[in-house]
Design a binder for this molecule. Structure first.
Ligand code: CO
Length: 140
């Protein structure tokens, strides 16, 4: 079901400072910048050299957003792990049937045209987990 790690999501106070840091330390390249009002974040996606995975840097649009509350509670750091799946709706159905709590019952719009859904961290070792069906993955 899980194909590979698609990205790691990292919460930061300043997107520009974090982008500069990840560019200067690792030489990564920003491939996408988006504001997602629904999720309350500004973000940048930086591609790893093999092009199959990303670092997703996340800055909250305000304190009363999921990432804003995360920063207030825990400070900057790893916010979630995103795994690629071929079919996010089918994966949600399967996972829900296996007793893991879902944050999203239905897929929603994610970065770079992906279809995504979040799983609750409580059943997954304390890690907020995102399923990602990238735009270019065709369902089989
Ligand atoms: Co993500």
């Amino acid at each position: 079901m899980l194909l590979r790690i698609d990205h790691v999501g990292i919460a930061c106070h300043s997107l520009e400072a974090a982008v500069e840091r990840y560019q200067s330390v690792f030489g990564l390249t920003v491939v996408s910048r988006e504001t997602n009002e629904q999720q309350g974040v500004r973000e940048a996606m930086l591609a790893l050299p093999d092009g199959s995975s990303y670092v997703q840097l996340l800055e909250p649009l305000g304190p009363d957003t999921p990432v804003g509350r995360f920063l207030a509670r825990r400070g900057e750091g790893l916010h979630h792990v995103g795994y690629a799946v071929a079919d996010v709706a089918a994966a949600l159905d399967a996972i829900g049937g296996r007793g893991a709590r879902l944050v999203d019952r239905r897929p929603r719009h994610g970065s770079m045209g992906a279809s995504i859904a979040f799983l609750h961290p409580a059943d997954l070792g304390g890690v907020l987990t995102e399923l990602v069906q990238p735009r270019d993955v065709r369902e089989t």
